[in-house]
Ligand binder design. Structure first.
Ligand code: TNX
Length: 528
């Protein structure tokens, strides 16, 4: 071959390669979506999103349309008239019943993008997927979105996280941001651990000192706080607009010192107050002395399982009933969580009586009771839900009694555990949990005696003994949480760490776009 021909072929190849490199991706199947959709079919072209693109949908989707517009950086127009030929369409449609109430299809063509779902939640989830496909505007102020079809629906109905707002109080604004983040990853439950030894964080009008005094401090002795019922309703409404159900937890009969510190009438000799870490609180908010019954001190340490309610105190059941009634009144969601964990100083017969009473009273308030797996020791049945965290025996026993199970195995999904020995905050009583550990497990094979039929879904709790602010929350939750979101949403078949870690590495840029302060695990090759 002539030298010039050879040279031109060579440079031609270089040019082709170079232009490939500069061409924005048009392969929908290679996008780094989390959770991974059920099916993705790529058609190899691109939709050009510009400042002229119109968003089309029912007025109910205005907020969603706004979130899409904001992600593009353009001031996109939203219209309810379904007339334009081109644009992004958010539509309710009952064509594909197999998608259920949360599934959707996202069809991206060269001239339009259509999200279709049977119910609003599905449109919301379709929009979350679209948001992950929107990058910064490139040359000529265009965003190219690869064409194809995504058909998607969740594996489990319960996909949640928990925030412990007792050990350290978390502001309403931070809780709302957390809701925004978990819902972006298609989680639909936020469990709020509202009370514990160190702080009572929800206003109860019939027992005002619970929050006023019981909420005054936190682990380490700093200023605590509590949510007024109006604050709480605001959180519930914010969550509802993102299809997240708030599950409030009042942890009883143990983990209850904040209440014992507020009302002497609840304090009792079974409680064994630890020697360290006590705090009286400002004089004007002291706990209420009732006859000879003195309240405990507030507690700012980190020990667990040493406090208890007691049936020997006449005020106890009145307290329980009032708290559950008020909480039910301000909670539109169907669930109330009564805790029930680590009742180390509660006598076993009394523990069973308590759980049986909680079951009855939650039911009388028309809610479904949830408790940590220890509730299996009481007379529970298929009307309650048990949350697995440590004891496979108790979890399997709860399943055998007919209870549905929320899977929160501490060795896998406890977001307060350190990633490794150098993690600046966190505990390690179950060991270290790296990003691969929290991804590599399956809810249906984890516990002997618990199968697919028993499992309601997954939940990743973030306990907050060492977690003080939003930076800490994001650092401990991300990226482990989004792997758990994928376990909850995506099909188990074909799910594996080797594939996920590459997708996660590329997805890091998207988390940066959301200003998430995530942990850059050395097990992942972050692409930026
Ligand atoms: C166990 S999990 C607890 C919490 C602690 C957590 C710390 C559970 C039901 N109880 O009280 O905060 O460990 O990791």
């Amino acid at each position: 071959m002539h030298l010039l021909t050879r040279l031109s072929l060579f440079f031609g190849a270089v040019l082709v390669l170079a232009s490939c490199k500069n061409t924005p991706p048009t392969n929908l199947a290679s996008e780094s979506l989390i959770p991974k959709p059920v099916s993705v079919t790529a058609t190899g072209d691109a939709f050009e999103l510009t400042s002229e693109t119109i968003l089309v949908g029912d007025a109910a989707f205005a907020v969603l349309a706004d979130s899409i517009a904001r992600a593009t950086g353009f001031d996109l127009k939203f219209t309810e008239e379904a007339s334009p030929k081109s644009g992004i369409f958010l539509t309710l449609d009952s064509v594909d019943q197999d998608l259920g109430q949360e599934g959707y299809t996202l069809v991206i063509e060269e001239d339009k993008i259509t999200i279709k779902a049977n119910a609003p939640a599905g449109v919301f989830y379709g929009a979350q997927t679209l948001l992950q496909l929107i990058s910064k505007p490139g040359e000529q102020n265009k965003i190219l979105i690869p064409t194809g079809t995504i058909r998607d629906y969740p594996k489990y109905e319960w996909r949640g996280s928990m925030l412990d707002v007792s050990r350290h109080f978390i502001s309403v604004a931070d809780v709302k941001r957390y809701i925004d983040l978990i819902s972006h990853y298609k989680m639909n439950v936020l469990h709020l651990h509202l009370t514990d030894d160190q702080g009572w964080r929800i206003e109860i009008k019939s027992w005002p000192n619970l929050a006023v005094h019981g909420g005054v401090t936190q682990v380490g002795g700093g200023k605590g706080g509590y949510y007024t019922q109006e604050d709480y309703k605001g959180i519930v409404a914010h969550a509802a607009s993102r299809f997240v159900t708030i599950v409030p937890e009042i942890d009883m009969p143990s983990h209850i010192n904040a209440a014992l510190a507020a009302y002497g009438s609840l304090n009792n000799p079974d409680t064994k107050f630890p020697k360290e870490g006590n705090y009286m609180g400002p004089a004007e908010t002291r706990g209420i002395v009732d006859g000879n019954s003195k309240p405990t001190d507030l507690y700012t340490g980190m020990e667990v399982g040493w406090s208890t309610l007691s049936l020997s105190k006449p005020a106890t059941l009145q307290f329980v009933n009032d708290v559950i009634r008020e909480l039910a009144e301000i909670t539109p969601g169907p669930y109330l969580h009564i805790g029930g964990d680590e009742a180390h100083v509660t006598k076993k017969e009394e523990y069973i009586k308590f759980i049986n009473h909680f079951t009855e009273i939650v039911k009388a308030n028309n809610k479904t009771m949830i408790g940590w797996e220890e509730i299996a020791q009481a007379d529970i049945d298929g009307n309650v839900i048990a949350q697995h965290w440590a004891s496979e025996k108790h979890a399997a026993e709860a399943a055998a009694k007919g209870a549905k199970i929320i899977m929160s195995p501490s060795k896998k999904v406890y977001l307060d555990m350190q990633y490794d020995s150098t993690t600046r905050i966190g505990l390690h009583w179950v060991g270290y949990i790296e990003v691969d550990d929290s991804y590599n497990w399956d809810p249906t094979t984890r516990v002997e005696g618990i199968t697919r039929e028993n499992v309601l879904g997954v939940e990743a709790p973030l306990w907050a003994e060492t977690v003080v602010n939003m930076t800490d929350i994001e650092y401990m939750a991300f990226p482990r949480l989004i792997g758990v979101a994928e376990i909850g949403w995506s099909p188990a078949e074909g799910r594996n760490w080797e594939e996920y870690k590459i997708r996660l590495g590329k997805h890091g840029r998207h988390m940066e776009g959301l200003a998430i302060d995530f942990y850059r695990s050395p097990k992942v090759n972050w692409s930026n």
